[in-house]
Design a protein around this ligand. Structure first.
Ligand code: ADP
Ligand code: MG
Length: 370
């Protein structure tokens, strides 16, 4: 571990939001929100455009005032502090590099503003550049760098002050698919080395699933779920989460309970349950089985209406007798057994998710571990 990595790791602090709210005039963008991001943890805030992700990040950074509540870094309340006194740094989507300055001066900028002596500045730039493999580029201008290199300069500029909190607002969304993948790997590696408490905002579920220690899923400024990638995938707390994570999204079907069984409207039994009345049942496309697989689940007749061949597997669109259309992701090789558009589907019980038909909240209280 380098000196720089050691001091970054020791600087990490937990972040606590306590009943934080934000309104623009009469428009309440964030109703009271409380959450704790653990020291050194990589939290991804995930949600659709306009749900309040950037607003939340800007309140952490001090670029927006809170309308109510408190924000603490460690045991220090920061919500009334100027950004520069919070010990946090932010990386923006467009990087916001100074075009007329060299990479070296961009990275050193905040140290210069803070009147750090020249010798120390040079040492720290060298350490950051080494860490981010930017050594050969220090004399270039941002315009002479690739997108990924600019991204690294923006990160270098953020970490040079050894922030206890590192904030990212959709930093990968301007990059092409290949570069996004490479940058995800770099960010994951960088986080392992520097260990700063990191809050990373995105609307991209793949970034969230691959980078996060825990994902905070935001919908209209409210927390839908805050849990590990595995848990939000396996045990979504609501229909919103179930359909936001996973592609194609989880199928959601209306069903009725009579106190002993849950059935589709067309009569097929889904599973034994004490629930009564209307519920919503979810099953992921990859969990639907085609053909007679397991005698314990009753077959559900369906007609395949559309097939998409993705090379590694197919995604089928099938219509049930109840009229609902569902997506099915086949296992590699499975589609070759499909000789007719009339198929028999099986919904393995352990893969079913049950939700309240009115609130959309999960009613499955057992964790789906298999
Ligand atoms: P996200 O980053 O999740 O896309 P934002 O945090 O940028 O969402 O915005 C959340 C909501 O707050 C949006 O409805 C947006 O229109 C509103 N909003 C953001 N900034 C302002 C502002 N300065 N004035 C008024 N409304 C704003
Ligand atoms: Mg935003």
């Amino acid at each position: 571990m380098t000196e720089l990595e050691r001091s970054l790791q020791s600087a990490a602090l937990p972040i606590t939001l306590d009943a934080v709210t934000k309104s623009y005039d009469a428009n309440e963008v964030i109703p009271p929100l409380s959450a704790t991001f653990r020291a050194g943890e990589f939290t991804v805030v995930l949600g659709p455009s306009g749900c309040g992700k950037s607003t939340m990040l800007q309140m952490l950074a001090g670029l927006e005032k809170v309308s109510g509540g408190t924000i603490s870094f460690g045991d220090r309340q920061v919500q009334d502090l100027e950004p520069k006194h919070r010990g946090c740094a932010m990386v923006f989507q467009n990087y916001a590099l100074y075009p007329h300055m060299s990479v070296r001066d961009n990275i050193a900028y905040s140290l210069k503003v803070a009147n750090v002596p020249r010798g120390e500045r040079q040492e720290r730039v060298a350490a950051v550049a080494a860490m981010l493999s930017l050594d050969q580029y220090l004399d270039r201008r941002p315009s002479q760098l690739s997108g990924g290199q600019r991204q690294r300069v923006a990160i270098g500029r953020a970490i040079i002050r050894e922030p206890s909190v590192l904030l990212f607002d959709e930093p990968l969304s301007n990059l092409d698919a290949k570069l996004r993948h490479d940058m995800r790997m770099e960010l994951a590696d960088l986080h392992r080395r520097i260990g700063a408490t990191t809050v990373f905002v995105t609307h991209d579920q793949v970034e969230a699933m691959t980078l996060a220690d825990r994902i905070l899923i935001l919908n209209n400024g409210r927390i839908e779920q805050f849990d590990t990638p595995k848990q939000v995938y396996r045990s979504p707390a609501s229909i919103f989460v179930a359909q936001f994570i996973g592609a194609p999204p989880m199928n959601i079907l209306p069903a009725q309970g009579d106190g002993t069984m849950l059935r589709l409207p067309s009569g097929e039994v889904l599973l034994a349950s004490h629930l009564r009345g209307d519920v919503m049942v979810g099953i992921r496309p990859e969990d639907v089985r085609i053909g007679p697989v397991d005698a314990s689940t009753s077959p559900i007749p369906a007609r395949v209406a559309y097939r998409e061949d993705l090379g590694s597997h197919e995604v089928l669109s099938a219509r049930l007798r109840s009229g609902t259309t569902i997506n099915i992701a086949t296992a590699p090789g499975e589609e070759t057994a499909l000789h007719s558009s009339e198929v028999s589907l099986h919904f393995p019980q352990r893969h079913l998710h049950i939700f309240d038909a009115v609130t959309g909240q999960s009613l499955s209280n057992t964790k789906k571990d298999s």
